[in-house]
Design a binder for this molecule. Structure first.
Ligand code: THU
Length: 134
């Protein structure tokens, strides 16, 4: 369970990160802030490309930054968009790799929380590392 303070801090970080989104094609800026088990926060924002499929989502930028610094366990991720849009399927899968219990905070452009959920709820029946042992 996240404290109100942690929730607010993560949403604030995602809002701040969103200003760095590189979105010349969609104009749909997304900011993310990922809280690791160690207590660090990694920010991410979407980065688009003239070759459209090369675009990377804000959530995956945050996850990959954390993983590249040796982090493996996450507590929560906040995702901010203008309209409270929810994480795409690819990002759900990437988050699922590192735990189904990660809390997902979805907020709008004013920082209002529109949905507090979890990776498990966003990706029922997820394919996870344990499936490879079967
Ligand atoms: N986008 C994200 O950053 N995260 C998501 O989970 C959904 C989509 C980005 C990708 C693209 O730059 C823009 O939003 C419109 O799809």
């Amino acid at each position: 369970m996240l404290t109100t303070e942690t929730r607010d801090r993560l949403i604030e970080a995602a809002l701040a990160a969103r200003q760095w989104a590189y979105v010349p094609y969609s104009s749909y800026a997304v900011g993310a802030a990922l809280l690791t088990a160690s207590g660090r926060i990694y920010e991410g924002m979407n980065i688009e490309n003239a070759a459209y499929p090369m675009t990377i989502c804000a959530e995956r930028v945050a996850v990959f930054k954390a993983i590249s610094e040796g982090e493996r366990q996450f507590q929560a991720i906040a995702v901010v968009t203008s309209n409270g849009g929810s994480p795409c399927g690819a990002c759900r899968q990437v988050l699922a790799e590192f735990g189904l219990d990660t809390v997902v905070l979805i907020a709008d452009g004013e920082g209002h929380l529109v949905w507090e959920t979890s990776v498990a709820e966003l990706l029922p029946g997820a394919f996870t590392p344990s499936d490879l042992d079967k």
